[in-house]
Design a protein around this ligand. Structure first.
Ligand code: FMN
Ligand code: SF4
Ligand code: SF4
Length: 285
């Protein structure tokens, strides 16, 4: 039996900040009534994450885990899928996947996160896709999905959390069916399955490091959301790099460079071909 006493855990990854924004709207809405909520940006602090996962494993109350990922190359980020695989198996476990997408395609992120969460024993009680400015287009005056998430997107997130709270007050919370998140036309889904971040890495422009202008200040190390960058003594990228381009965007000396212009056309074409229905949408049972 569940009731008002459920614990919430919000896990997210957000290289450019829009998924963090969505996570914070969730947090504020959960906290509008006294409710215990833990929020954790993954990839930043592994000891903290371990403690939170232990807390989740040991708590006896019903738990709702909100898991947020940006859509990269039609999928959720690998570190988020790894996090789901680490969630402890426990009783009374529920989940809400949410994905921010940059107007090209929300891809298979929600259905894959939903399936992985169910496989860990977390009943999926709601989900959301949230339109967000495309994070590869920060150099442009008018990036795809500029201005999102906006207040209308936030209102939908608030509605989502309000519905989750109501659902958790039921004796047995209602669950989404896997098919509810399989909203991409199946022929497009087939194509999306052929793309992933490893393939995208071969298409995305390479980064070059200018040793003359790099001051070895370490800002790029701090800006990396997945600890994939080290100074040795110049910036070096590990295999775990997710190609968020934060290090390029945030280097104060422009010492890490990448020419993103060739991919703008590709993003615009994908945005024109998308068949998404509502760009920001909440899914409830
Ligand atoms: C490498 C990379 C791949 C991306 N692939 C997609 C995509 O397939 N579809 C899409 O709509 N947006 C895509 N985006 C844009 C992000 O999903 C979007 O901007 C998201 O809001 C970023 O979240 P963040 O602000 O939390 O980092 C991609 C961004 C990057 C950096
Ligand atoms: S942020 Fe730029 S200047 Fe600083 S260490 Fe990294 S590459 Fe060099
Ligand atoms: S190394 Fe740069 S591009 Fe790769 S994940 Fe870190 S910040 Fe992003």
């Amino acid at each position: 039996m569940t009731g008002k006493n459920f614990k919430s855990f919000i896990f997210y990854c957000s290289p450019a900040g829009t998924t963090r924004h969505a996570a914070e709207v969730i947090l504020r809405t959960l906290q509008s009534e006294p409710a215990e909520t833990v929020i954790c940006e993954i990839g930043k602090n592994e000891p903290q994450l371990k403690k939170i996962l232990q807390n989740l494993a040991e708590s006896r109350e019903p738990a709702v885990v909100f898991v947020g990922s940006p859509v990269y190359s039609s999928h959720a980020l690998p570190p988020i899928m790894n996090l789901i695989a680490r969630l402890p198996r426990r009783a009374l476990a529920y989940a809400v996947p949410f994905a921010t997408w940059g107007g090209a395609t929300s891809g298979l992120a929600l259905e894959e996160m939903g399936e992985a969460l169910s496989n860990r024993g977390y009943g999926v009680i709601a989900a959301a896709k949230v339109l967000a400015v495309h994070s590869l287009m920060w150099e442009l005056e008018n990036p795809v999905a500029a201005g999102h998430p906006d207040s209308a997107d936030d209102s939908l997130i608030i509605n989502l959390v309000t519905a989750v709270k109501k659902n958790m007050n039921q004796p047995a919370p209602a669950l989404l069916a896997p098919a509810d998140l399989e909203y991409q036309p199946r022929e497009m889904a087939e194509d999306m399955l052929k793309l992933n971040l490893d393939i995208a890495k071969t298409i995305l422009p390479p980064r070059t490091i200018n040793r003359k202008t790099c001051t070895q200040c370490g800002e790029c190390v701090v800006s990396c959301p997945v600890a994939a960058l080290t100074l040795n003594p110049w910036p070096e990228f590990a295999e775990t790099c997710i190609c968020c381009f934060n290090c390029v965007r945030l280097c104060p000396e422009n010492a890490i460079a990448a020419d993103l212009t060739p991919i703008y056309d590709r993003i615009h074409k994908r945005a024109a071909a998308a068949r998404e229905g509502e760009p920001t949408q909440i899914y409830l049972p």
